[in-house]
Design a protein around this ligand. Sequence first.
Ligand code: AP5
Length: 192
Amino acid sequence: MFNLVLFGPPGSGKGTQSDKLVAKYGVFHISTGELLREEIAQKTPLGIEAKKFMDRGKLVPDEVVIGMVDSFFEKHKDAKGFLFDGFPRTVAQAEALDKLLDLKEMQLDAVLALQVSEEELIKRLLERGKTSGRSDDTNEEVIRKRFAVYNNETQPVADYYKKEEKFYAIKGEGSVAEIFAALCSEIDKRIM
Ligand code: AP5
């Protein structure tokens, strides 16, 4: 079993590929975006607060997200491995993840980063926005804000993991099956 971060910009296919990886390898999927959307659907105080940031394409504050991941860990104490999707998104979150895994006597094995052009990302997100009900998908201005946030706040996380020699880039364009095969090949080669 392993702990893996699936990294990449909005719309790069993290959620799509996570479902397939979880089915194949049996790791626990933790998507901070999904956890936040569940909080919004249940109209919890955390969800109401988070929505203000998400609707504008901004990141939810670190302490909120880290607290949420911490309680997810508490609820899944017996899990042998995790697939992180959309987390960490800041260097502070990456440092917090190291500490949380350390407490469980675990470590992060690899960060697989999906590389997709901005043009293709916008196309995918606007298309999804027609049916997803996600307010952050329907407005191109908000989508562009999400990219800017990704470039400014999340890209430094890539450098953090490059220094730790855990970062591997994967071509994220092509069919879902081709990308899945490339991810599995990297996992089987480097981790299993
Ligand atoms: P989050 O839910 O994490 O969204 P995201 O990173 O913006 O990513 P998406 O879900 O939009 O895309 P994805 O990479 O999962 O791609 P998908 O598989 O869906 O975050 C949303 C918001 O929550 C953030 O903006 C922030 O406000 C907040 N948040 C979340 N985590 C946070 C954190 N850690 N810290 C602070 N704030 C946080 O695919 C996209 C579309 O493309 C789909 O329609 C799919 O069918 C299609 N597609 C997938 N693969 C392909 C392919 N190969 N070819 C063609 N189409 C494809």
